[in-house]
Design a protein around this ligand. Structure first.
Ligand code: GTP
Ligand code: SPV
Ligand code: MN
Length: 585
């Protein structure tokens, strides 16, 4: 098979000359193709079938133990001018990057099959959707891309019609961390990824295309590509409003996207549009409209349980791929927080021994179609997207940052997003639990200079007639006993409720030096009497702490030099003065 598009055929033959595969397979996305790939991976031991009675069509993949997360230190943005990549990215000169990657790719597919994966990010007929082609030698990547994107014949037809696509070349190579790089060439709309088979390093439609490359395109074309969930919240009056929320990796997007309202909230319902990536466009009506470019979830397994995320459990009992989870004696998938069963084998397939740490890898994941989610919204297929009422930023902060606050206006909201910080998680290799700045949850994903990105965000103040309100949330503040103060999960709806009532001009708030906060009486806390003592702590503002915080944000902005927009500096000066004016305790 080949394509009607000469440029695509040419690229595939160029890559096959370089990589020397035994065969070339053009993916059509059919179920027959999927079944054949699964069969092949079962034979080779790359997939293990889980219990077909309790978990039909569910498979476990154990990745190389040294290849379990994104690798930020090996991820590069290769622009002609280093300043365009910015201090927020690792940079290499494009020629040098291409030459060293060519070296790695030479002959790397000998004895393997080269798969050509045409895919579409976004509803197939949406003007906001964008296409790409990933070439890979990993059937596991093909199987995951089939769930995560609209992959196959329809995407190829669109690519042939449009004549343009993002080019992603991927090989698992030797899975050697010394020979592993994820390179982006935004000026050419291309990606080269070598040496990892894991998630964001290998499923190139996801972080590489839909965030790093797309954020670059979005800046040039006047839209935004963001690390955000999209959720519809239906109130008892039957109205549904949509919000998008940016939290860093493993900080609660999937959970918020499919939460089940607390029992006190009869008549409320949450509709899931997306759990990780959101493309935002100014619509013809002057509002901001959102599509989810993905069609599946690559979600964090640990912590997903009946009490925390029942919708997720209900979509994970059939047709799902699990990566690096543990298994029970009955050969069901298991992870910490799932159930009180005892794991039998750990994520590396060894007999479980608590002395060796958790049974499931902390970054173990499930891949599942969004259509299996009980709260899936058909609006996820709407080519126009959904209109956004509020944007939410959030991080994992055990101290200082209150449960929720509202920005005074757009520029203040952009500063709140730019100054976000969060404790690092197992979603990337490296230390866990270290607070770092993670502007708009895009530190690992913005394909260009953050200073230019901040300018781009500010520009929407003029582009949009109806600006969404901007909020900041923190589910992770802890008390002196080291426990989370806020129950989180389903109860997060109470915060979304306040946010939407603020958007409707109905809920009260009090102005503080950091923004508008709810008072106790502004939140619907029915049924949460247990919270009594904690609420004051959850909403407390520590002026000295915030003086330090804003001073640190000032240093952070300095690190981007003269490209930082004046309006952001001015906003920073304004809020710094506000916390400065609060009398020290
Ligand atoms: P990525 O897929 O890496 O982008 O992560 P994500 O932002 O989608 O995070 P996810 O919803 O998968 O949650 C990550 C971890 O945080 C899981 O272990 C959850 O159980 C936990 N978590 C999510 N929401 C809450 C919450 O409201 N409170 C607490 N305490 N933990 C939460
Ligand atoms: C994240 O790390 O934010 C993820 C997982 O969603 S990955 O696909 O590996 O990027
Ligand atoms: Mn993510």
């Amino acid at each position: 098979m080949s394509s009607k598009l000469a440029a695509l055929n040419h690229w595939v033959s160029e890559v096959s000359q370089l990589t020397q595969p035994d065969q070339i397979h053009w993916c059509d996305g059919s179920i027959v193709e999927r079944d054949a790939l699964v069969e092949l991976m079962l034979e080779r031991g790359e997939l293990l079938a889980l219990n077909p009675e309790t978990h039909p069509d569910c498979y476990l993949h154990r990745s190389h133990p040294g290849d379990v997360a994104r690798v930020e230190h090996l991820t590069f943005v290769c622009t002609a001018d280093q300043a365009d990549a910015g201090p927020n990215n690792n940079w290499m000169a494009p020629d040098q990057a291409r030459a060293s990657m060519d070296g790695l790719f030479t002959g790397c597919m000998r004895g393997r099959t080269l798969y050509v994966i045409p895919y579409c990010m976004g509803p197939i007929h949406s003007p906001y959707a964008r296409c790409g082609v990933e070439i890979t030698d990993s059937p596991y990547v093909v199987a995951n891309m089939r769930i995560m994107t609209r992959m196959g014949a329809d995407a190829l037809a669109r690519i042939e019609r449009e004549g343009r696509f993002v080019r992603g070349l991927h090989s698992i190579g030797e899975l050697d961390p010394e020979r592993r790089f994820i390179m982006h060439f935004p000026e050419e709309l291309s990606i080269l990824s070598y040496g990892s088979g894991y998630g964001g390093n290998a499923l190139l439609g996801k972080k590489c295309h839909a965030l790093r490359i797309a954020s670059w395109q979005a800046r040039n074309e006047g839209w935004l590509a963001e690390h955000m969930l999209i959720v519809g919240i239906q109130n008892p009056q039957g109205e549904t409003h949509y919000v998008a929320a940016a939290f860093p990796s493993a900080c609660g997007k999937t959970n918020l996207a499919m939460l089940i309202p607390p029992v006190t909230h009869a008549g409320w319902k949450v509709w899931t549009i997306g759990d990780d990536i959101c493309w935002l466009h100014p619509g013809p009506d002057g509002r901001l409209w959102a599509i989810n470019p993905e069609s599946g979830f690559f979600g964090v397994a640990p912590g997903t349980g009946r009490n925390t995320n029942p919708n997720a459990l209900d979509m994970l009992d059939r047709d799902a791929i699990f990566t690096n989870v543990a298994v029970t004696a009955e050969n069901g998938p298991w992870w910490e927080g799932k159930s009180d069963e005892t794991p039998h084998k750990d994520w590396q397939g060894r007999d479980f021994d608590p002395g060796r740490g958790p049974a499931a890898h902390p970054n173990s994941r499930f891949t599942v179609s969004m259509r299996q989610c009980p709260s899936f919204s058909a609006e996820a297929d709407n080519p126009a997207g959904v209109p956004i009422s509020a944007l939410i930023f959030g991080g994992r902060r055990e101290s200082l940052v209150p449960l929720v606050f509202e920005a005074l206006d757009w520029n203040h909201g952009v500063l709140v997003g730019a100054s976000m910080a969060s404790e690092t998680t197992a979603a990337a290799t490296g230390a866990v639990g270290v607070v770092r700045r993670d502007s708009m949850a895009m530190k690992p994903f913005c394909g260009y200079n953050f200073a230019d990105y901040f300018s781009h965000w500010l520009s929407f103040g003029d582009r949009l007639e109806h600006l969404p309100k901007i909020f900041h949330v923190n589910w992770f503040r802890k008390g002196p006993d080291g426990k989370f103060l806020w129950p989180g999960f389903g109860d997060n709806l109470r915060v979304l409720q306040w946010i939407l009532e603020r958007c409707a001009g109905r809920a009260g708030a009090v102005e503080t030096p950091i923004g508008l906060l709810p008072r106790r009486e502004d939140l619907d806390l029915r049924g949460l009497e247990s919270l009594n003592g904690s609420l004051d702590a959850l909403l407390a503002i520590d002026p000295a702490g915030w003086r330090n915080e804003w001073a640190d944000v000032g240093n952070y902005l300095d690190s981007f030099g003269a490209r930082v927009p004046d309006a952001l500096r001015a906003e920073h000066a304004r809020v710094s003065a506000l916390v400065g004016h609060v009398a020290p305790a």
